[in-house]
Design a protein around this ligand. Sequence first.
Ligand code: SF4
Length: 417
Amino acid sequence: MKRSPGNKETCWLVLEPYAHPVIAGNNVLIYNSISGVKLEFRDSPGISRLAGDLTDPSKGFAAAVDPGNESSEIKGFISALRGSYSGDIISSRDGIRPVVIRPRPVMLNYPPPADYQDFTIGDYLRNIYFFLNASEEPSAAGYTHAMKQFPCMAYDASGYSELPASAVLNNYMPYDGISGLGMDLTGADLTRYSQLDDLLPYLKKLISPIICHIPLPCHDPEAVEKLIRLKNCRVSFYVTLPSGPALLPELMNKMFFQKTKKRFDFNFVIRSLDEYNMITGLLPGIGLEKVFFLPYYSGENFEFFRDNIFLSKDDILGSKPDQRQVYSRQVLNEHSFGKLYVMPSGEVFPNLNGEPLGSVYNESIPGLVRREVTTGNAWNLTRMKVQPCSGCLYRFLCPPIGNYERSMQRFNFCDIL
Ligand code: SF4
């Protein structure tokens, strides 16, 4: 144990509760989630060891230091911590360790024990996506992999299929009104769904918000009008080239669109820089309000992703996750958590890039949710669990793993590792 020269006091280095260390071999990052300051130290076994002590409960989250006699490297570390209000020195007599309490990531009721008596899906479930139909059409349009990346244009090589309306109602109505729960209706193209008119009177009675995900072009534009008449409904269009943008002026001239335009989103699906440039050239003349660009990975446009979608080091260092995000990113995947996908076959997935949990024809929604939160691995897929992110200093700074990464089975959308 080190003591300050000339007295019997011991100096202890401690971190502030909002300073989060990440250690990867001899590299250390300290992230201050209040100020956003990132301190990075490379190739230093001494700093790595010290940072390890600061995060070790068996060491009381404190490391004895001798500020006047440490190496210049350690002095620099201490000074950087103190200068950024990320850590400090505490003195004590007779070598007594200070009491340091560090917060740790704990989420209420998560993960619950398998026999948790007070289990309620309201604690976990956020959206149920019902894929009302699937078809081979997305392959003709060049979007075979779309549903692995965003919830629309469901592809089924074996042909057209539909989820019965009764399966939608039986598996949603009992939970309607749960705070925070929403219904998403989608498919290959839900305007082609043969039971839409049967479903509408029930949808009208729902308390939950409904989002309808519809490709443009779609089979039946009049179905869009029926859906947007539901007061709790939004429509999210997935506009594809070449013919989607040309349909927009006519849509925007419709009376129902004029009255409800704040409830429409437009996702422009792009596969290349040329498509992006084409759409940005068209947009000023169209005058839409809520516009998003949705990159589509076709299996053949990796360069487009690498050049335009990957995060640069500047992007990553420019991010400032707050304390809650730093903790949640260690425990669960914020993009995926709470979402169930019901396919026309009745199979239910926690994420469409993985295995099904079961079927709505054999099991209840609460049973399926319980399975995912107790033994599943989709809602809790964090960067701590995948290579190379688990060994990367920036694993809390990067956004949670998204569907593009899952579908490509490549988790480093970056130029770091
Ligand atoms: S390797 Fe993973 S954690 Fe590291 S910067 Fe890249 S995406 Fe982020």
